[in-house]
Design a protein. Sequence first.
Length: 156
Amino acid sequence: MAARSKMNPTAKLFLVIGALFALSSLLLGTIAAHAPTESLLAAMHWFQTAMQYHQFHALALLVIGLMSAHWPSRWFAASGALLTLGTLLFCGTLYQRSMLGIHDLHWLTPYGGWAYVFGWLAFLGGALTVSRASSSSSNPAQSPLANQSSPNNSAG
């Protein structure tokens, strides 16, 4: 039996959060489609905005989880944490407003937007760090193509 390699905790965390966010967006969309309330119908634009950001950032968290599995980075960890916070604040307050008619926490919505901005900047930092680390540590002699002979080197 082959031994399984352990996934680092950061990668696993963001894969789980991404999957939970994808599931919850699916469930909320299903509820809205099959049991709309008057408050939801009146504020459908808030709900649709929340759904769009919720689904998109669920996928982003899955990507961050996969990136973290291959290239562990504080940048990716920060990105995942900030995108999670952004989703909870931004989408959460929009869902409250549209589905429940609760406006008391709407002042938190812009903070969720800023968490998204900084989360994407952190992802950019991680992506730039990975490309630098990959290019500085790559050894052309270890490339599968390095072992092939070129047509100029053939005897004859």
